[in-house]
Design a protein around this ligand. Sequence first.
Ligand code: C2E
Ligand code: CA
Ligand code: CA
Length: 510
Amino acid sequence: MKRFSSLWISLLLFVLPILVGLSLNQLTGSLLAQHLLHKKRSEIEAAMNDRQLALERSMGDQMAHFAFDCGERDMILLRDPKHYSRYIRLQGVKLASGKGCSSLGPDLPLFDADNLPDPGLDTTGLTATEQDFNTEQELVIFSKHQGHLAYWVLSNSWSHTILEKPCLDCFYLELIPLVPGLSRQELFPRGDKRIKEEADSLSLSFTPISSQLQQTLWAGRALQKYAQNKARRDTFWIGGALGLLLLVGYWLHRNYRRSLKGLIYRGLARQEFVPFYQAVVDSRTRAVVGFEALLRWERENAFTPPGAFIAYAEEQGLILPMTEQLLEKIIADLPHLAPQQWVSVNLVAAHLEHPHLRSQLQRHDWPSPTRLTFELTEREPILDIQAAISEITLLQEKGYHFKLDDFGTGYGGFAYLQRLGIRQFKIDKMFIDTIGTDDPKRNLLEAIIAFGLKSSMEMIAEGVETQEQVDYLAHRGVYLIQGYLFARPMPLRDLLPWLQAQTAAPHSAG
Ligand code: C2E
Ligand code: CA
Ligand code: CA
């Protein structure tokens, strides 16, 4: 069922961007149309600037060298390929005598040369070819020199090429001359004029720098339609790619959440780490003297013991926030327990190599130093022994006690007891299990107990499961017992009725 819903979520995530994109198609289409219109205007401006440069180069060069006699030099200059580009179609010279020549050879009656306005010295004028046979007029740039006239007929084809992209009949361009001699009514239309007449057409007016023409660019239904189709196509691509990204993100996130690290982070956020309490009993009186707080992960109505995650949590540095969460709950539970009973909390070296634990206790104004105790395992080495010593010393000065856990199984052993000033240790289950057997480790147990008694250490036997073990230990002076014989670890809600039953009939423990 869960798997099924993940598949539905994946499908939804994949199609969602496409659906959103399609529902916004009208809007994205018209935004794209606006964008294409502005882009076209930039293209036209760039081409016109380009044309202006090409013109200035040719005109400067030619005007300086024309002999104005339509002789060999003039013809070579008129026909030199370097003066032709996609902007200049034809050029020619009209002499003061009335004669003329052109790059095609003979003089051409393309425009009314007699009634041109005088552009003044060193400047150029603008006119247009006659409108013959209902064809497009072409712009003509001219320059005068001592009664002679040189002219350059500009080609229209580049503007058509530009206007035909990205779709045919999408743009219409009007050029309105801003110079004397040419009427403002002469519009020099380029493209399909019907676009201008369309009710909802878009337009943009601009005058390129160094141009004598105001330009108005129109775009109508054809561009809108093209833009909407393109936006729809892009929606499928971009939306599909986005959907794929969402999908990958979703599965990565899902896998991360299902990974142990992700689960632990979520468990921390949901306060899923809770203490179980296991009683420590004095075998002489059967009184419960204290408890060891053992971490449990409460999730989906089950309590996971630490073996499944604690090593990983230590490795990933997550043990610090985990213990912090545990300690908060223990501090809140303490008032429910008898004032003479202590609770000991398991620490790892990292707790003493960082000021994390100390800061937490300080935040609580050093709670119950005589009742809250700490167990430090010797299974893991302490790397920064100096930091551990100063941290433990500080906490001991505040009144807290430390026990060395799993004594005899690991690294520090006697050295830790001495250097860290610890006066209590726990005898590991590994040794307790040898009682009543001929396991050679039993000699070690004897030695450990002898050492504890000689140096007046307080000893707690761990993992005690039989009365025989209790008797053996009592016979050798070890009375503090933790083990399933008396009690298993349990949550506070079970511990309180259990304790009440103990008080009522203390000899029935276990
Ligand atoms: P430990 O500190 O040596 O804790 C004693 C373990 O022995 C506990 O297992 C306890 O339930 C179990 N035990 C007690 N009496 C008996 C018995 O009679 N028979 C048997 N078979 N087992 C008994 P638990 O709770 O699974 O914890 C395992 C280890 O996880 C602990 O060993 C300790 O090293 C670690 N641990 C537990 N809680 C914490 C914690 O809050 N912080 C850290 N850093 N480690 C923890
Ligand atoms: Ca312990
Ligand atoms: Ca232990």
